[in-house]
Ligand binder design. Structure first.
Ligand SMILES: [Zn+2]
Length: 365
């Protein structure tokens, strides 16, 4: 199946219905109101599983309804799915009869209990020495991993490991493609130690908590080719409340990232709904949990036959003027299809310009 997806990392583009000055001001005002609400302190940075993000979801669903969209499944604009949040309970590790402190143990697993010792046939072991580059060695071990794995790593790697463990594997979703990409189907335990032990035993416990996450999705059926779909998307979650800055402000409001993109898809929903001339079906989707793992987008795409999705525009951070100037925008994924070129050609003679994104190398499509 061929999937064409274009991710737009836009820096400045205003999307209007064809230039009617009077309407432009109205649209600007509406857009400002949408961004102001989504980025307000009341929504507390739209962190997943908080009342703030639920308010954002209800607001977006209401906007889709006002725009005349249909619920994605005929019943609701909310597209719910379950995410597992993993909470560390204990790590009981003994190396050559010496107990190891919990702070020296890190695991990548979605299981609530892992137990192994030197006689376990379903575990391999490896050692990362002081002179090894941790990320290179660990990455290679992970890619070539055949069984579950216990890695004994020299204590000099503590800093890099604690950096990884602070962001890794707090959340889990049962998506096979994602899991095989990250080898979630095989467990890894890393133990910091000064030497590779002869005898070892590991008991690692964590608690799984099941939480409901919500994408918000609306549909504008196509007039002719209704089984073919075009997607307009943006993520509506953000980073929530974190360390306060110099002004003692701890709310990450996320006006640019990505309330601006959500405002764009809401306005596009109004625009196409009024025009009533879309031949293909248009799906408007506000994704959740983008900042953590991108689970919202992954769940969304699993609801459709990917061959039916002709194009996808993901609109990200259009609230600031591009370094390339007013009216310029970057296309991430430009080199993966001819879609970027088509978009560029269609803007010829307009005040707007698309460029291939210089960050494209980060994103794999
Ligand atoms: Zn973003």
């Amino acid at each position: 199946m061929k999937k064409i997806a274009i991710f737009l990392l836009l820096s400045t583009i205003a999307i209007h219905s064809l230039a009617q000055k009077k309407n432009e001001w109205k649209h600007l005002k509406e857009t400002e109101q949408i961004v102001k609400f989504l980025a307000s302190d009341e929504l507390a940075g739209r962190f997943p599983f908080t009342p703030g993000i639920d308010k954002a979801a209800a607001f977006i669903a209401d906007e889709f309804k006002k725009a005349g969209l249909q619920p994605w499944d005929g019943k609701s604009f909310i597209q719910p799915f379950t995410v597992t949040q993993l909470h560390f309970v204990l790590a009981n590790v003994v190396l050559d009869s010496a107990p190891i402190e919990e702070k020296n143990v890190f695991a990548i697993t979605n299981k609530e209990l892992l137990q192994a010792n030197e006689r376990s046939t379903d575990f391999d072991t490896a050692y990362i020495s002081k002179t090894d580059t941790f990320l290179l060695r660990a990455g290679k071990l992970r890619r070539t991993q055949k069984k579950n794995l216990v890695i004994f790593a020299d204590t000099s790697h503590r800093k890099i490991l604690s950096g990884i463990s602070s962001q890794y594997q707090k959340y889990y979703c049962d998506f096979p493609e994602y899991n095989s990409f990250y080898n979630w189907d095989k467990d890894v335990i890393v133990v910091l130690t000064d030497k590779k032990p002869e005898n070892w035993s590991v008991e690692y416990r964590q608690r799984a908590e099941y939480k409901e996450a919500k994408n918000v999705v609306g549909l504008l059926p196509g007039k002719k080719l209704s089984s073919e779909r075009i997607v307009f998307s943006a993520h509506y979650d953000h980073l929530g409340i974190r360390k306060p800055n110099a002004e003692n402000d701890s709310i990450y409001n996320g006006a640019n990232d990505d309330a601006s993109g959500v405002a764009a898809i809401i306005q596009l929903a109004h625009h196409f709904s009024k025009k009533k001339n879309n031949e293909r079906s248009l799906l408007f989707s506000a994704f959740t949990i983008e900042e953590k793992e991108g689970f919202g987008a992954m769940y969304f795409i699993r609801q459709y036959d990917s061959a039916s999705i002709i194009a996808g525009f993901n609109i990200e951070m259009i609230g600031r003027i591009s370094e390339k100037g007013v009216g310029a925008a970057d296309i991430t994924g430009y080199e993966h299809s001819d879609f970027g070129k088509i978009l560029q050609e269609n803007l010829a003679g307009s005040p707007y310009k698309f460029y291939p994104d210089t960050l494209s190398w980060i994103i794999k499509i």
